[in-house]
Design a protein. Structure first.
Length: 550
């Protein structure tokens, strides 16, 4: 991967932060620093001197945020310098999978799950901030840290799971763009033709990437603005019930929810919080040059990334809320609650042909932006896990081919089932989420990796709660679809797969070292109960591995 060099440019200001400022607790909330911070140097010697091939894969891209301002004061100039990664990250919260999930939510349960949309976005913000912090502190993205910290087999299995999440997301994004092209061409371009046209955005991506980071970020900002304007216009025209919107945001319940409503709850989590997006954000922040030899610079970077990411995800929440409430108020008849038919119905029902075009343009902007960021994600994940170094065009071609082949097959063979497929792909993202959530939790809670910037106990508890909540939602969803009439082998297969799934994500969350400690503890207990020599030998082997490697 082409390196984005981390220039160790020293802060030009010599001001020193006070040891005990009045806003110290607030600052820690933004930066992740703890009370026991004693040292100024938060990076290893290698991290201080070596360039890390971890950032945005474009040649010599550096947007240096080390502007000559007082480090104790907030600076809009510095915020602007750091602005970009968060908005690129937020595009995954606005992809066609999200838009269709919003549409289905509005049609199925009206305003009742707006609270779930809000808290899912907030959950995503917490995880994105952990990803940004990992990148800014270590100078490496999440996939690279996984390669260093996990043994070969679990690392490869984790890579496969994340690739599945990327493929599932890309199917939604490309199909969404293809539907929009079909609408804008008034049906002249079939869905499979739209898929092929969307695949050509690879060349647009390469052109923009070579043009420079700010050009690329500006283009994505334009697409987000187009989405905001289109969906806000629909919101203004259709005039959803404001009181119902407030009730939907405030009351965390779904009264009289049907089977589809329960599935939609899991679908919202999967649509909003995408696992591969956490890997993407940890890499995007490396496009900004931070001097990691001084922890004040890292604190400052964490603060600005927090502000930027919060603004970006708040905007994404507002756009998603526009779509949910528009279709909650529109009362679409059965059979029209799809990306392809919703715009046509709006135009006919309100006697405004322009609504179809506005809807299609918004969906197209969503699809095009998310497919290009998906290309980024595929590069970072493959290169980070496998440590491959290919020319840029080969990287893009490979990552796009992995995602495009199944998408074309879906467009050709399963065109009649695109909407239920989209719902299940959102559920897939919810099932895949722990494969990003547990690694980012484990690494950002590690003193060895994060030094003074490791997670505090409260934040660890919050993220563990979110992880358990997501697993609980997945278990409930599975139990919801397995009934008493299912054959016995369905229960057996589900139990085995569920146990393996739980054991693997738990391993990712506690790490190999703690797994060895747990193994030693269990073997010691078994040895005391049964007094078998085999348990003693296994315990000794595990202890020797622990001593040798840790």
């Amino acid at each position: 991967m082409t390196a984005v060099h981390r220039n160790n440019t020293q802060q030009s200001s010599n001001d020193v932060l006070p040891e005990n400022s009045a806003d110290e607790q607030t600052e820690k909330l933004f930066t992740g620093e703890h009370d026991d911070d004693k040292q100024n140097d938060c990076s290893s010697p290698d991290d201080q001197t070596n360039h890390v091939e971890a950032g945005v894969s474009a040649d010599n891209i550096n947007v240096n945020p080390n502007i000559n301002t007082n480090p104790r004061r907030f600076s809009f100039r510095k915020l602007w310098a750091f602005t970009g990664p968060g908005f690129l990250m937020s595009i995954a919260y606005l992809d066609p999978g999200n838009i269709e999930s919003d549409l289905q939510t509005g049609v199925i349960v009206k305003y009742k799950l707006l609270w779930m949309l809000f808290w899912s976005t907030f959950m995503g913000l917490i995880l994105q901030l952990l990803a940004a912090r990992l990148g800014s502190v270590t100078g490496e993205n999440l996939a690279q840290v996984c390669r260093k910290e996990y043994p070969k087999f679990p690392r490869l299995l984790l890579w496969i799971m994340i690739e599945l999440a990327i493929i599932g997301s890309d199917i939604q994004e490309v199909i969404g763009s293809a539907i929009a092209i079909n609408l804008l061409s008034n049906g002249l371009v079939p869905i499979w033709g739209g898929v092929l046209i969307t695949g050509l955005d690879t060349f647009t991506f390469l052109f923009l990437e070579n043009a420079g980071l700010r050009i690329l970020e500006g283009f994505f900002g334009l697409l987000i603005s187009i989405m905001a304007v289109c969906f806000m216009y629909l919101f203004i025209i259709i005039k959803p019930d404001f009181v119902e919107i407030m009730k939907g945001l405030a009351i965390p319940w779904c009264k009289d929810c049907s089977r589809d409503g329960i599935q939609q709850m899991a679908g919202i989590i999967g649509a909003v919080v995408m696992p591969h997006n956490i890997y993407l954000h940890s890499a995007l922040v490396l496009s900004r040059s931070v001097d990691r030899t001084d922890k004040r610079n890292i604190k400052e970077a964490n603060m600005y990334y927090t502000i930027e990411s919060s603004l970006a995800l708040f905007l994404s929440f507002i756009i998603n809320m526009f779509v949910v409430t528009v279709f909650a108020a529109a009362n679409l008849p059965d059979g029209t609650d799809t990306l392809a038919k919703a715009g046509t119905w709006l135009a006919t029902h309100f006697n405004m042909p322009a609504l179809k075009i506005i809807w299609a343009v918004g969906v197209l902007a969503s699809g095009q932006s998310s497919t290009m960021t998906g290309t980024y994600t595929g590069q970072f994940v493959m290169e980070g896990f496998l440590n491959i170094r290919w020319p840029k065009w080969q990287r893009v071609l490979m990552t796009r081919s992995i995602a495009m082949v199944p998408t074309i097959l879906v467009a050709l063979l399963a065109q009649k089932f695109l909407d239920p497929l989209n719902t299940w792909l959102n559920v897939l993202q919810s099932v895949e989420l722990p494969f990003a959530l547990f690694p980012i939790l484990h690494f950002t809670s590690s003193l060895k990796i994060m030094n003074d910037f490791k997670n505090g106990r409260i934040l660890q508890g919050v993220v563990w709660f979110l992880a358990i909540l997501d697993i609980g939602v997945n278990i409930y969803l599975i139990s919801f679809y397995i009934n008493s009439e299912s054959p016995w082998y369905v229960y057996l297969i589900t139990a085995i797969v569920g146990l393996l799934y739980f054991m693997f994500v738990l391993y990712l969350g506690i790490g190999r070292k703690n797994c060895l400690k747990l193994k030693i503890f269990v073997l010691r207990c078994l040895r005391r109960i049964s007094d078998l020599p085999a348990f003693e030998r296994e315990e000794q082997i595990a202890y020797e591995i622990l001593e040798e490697q840790y």
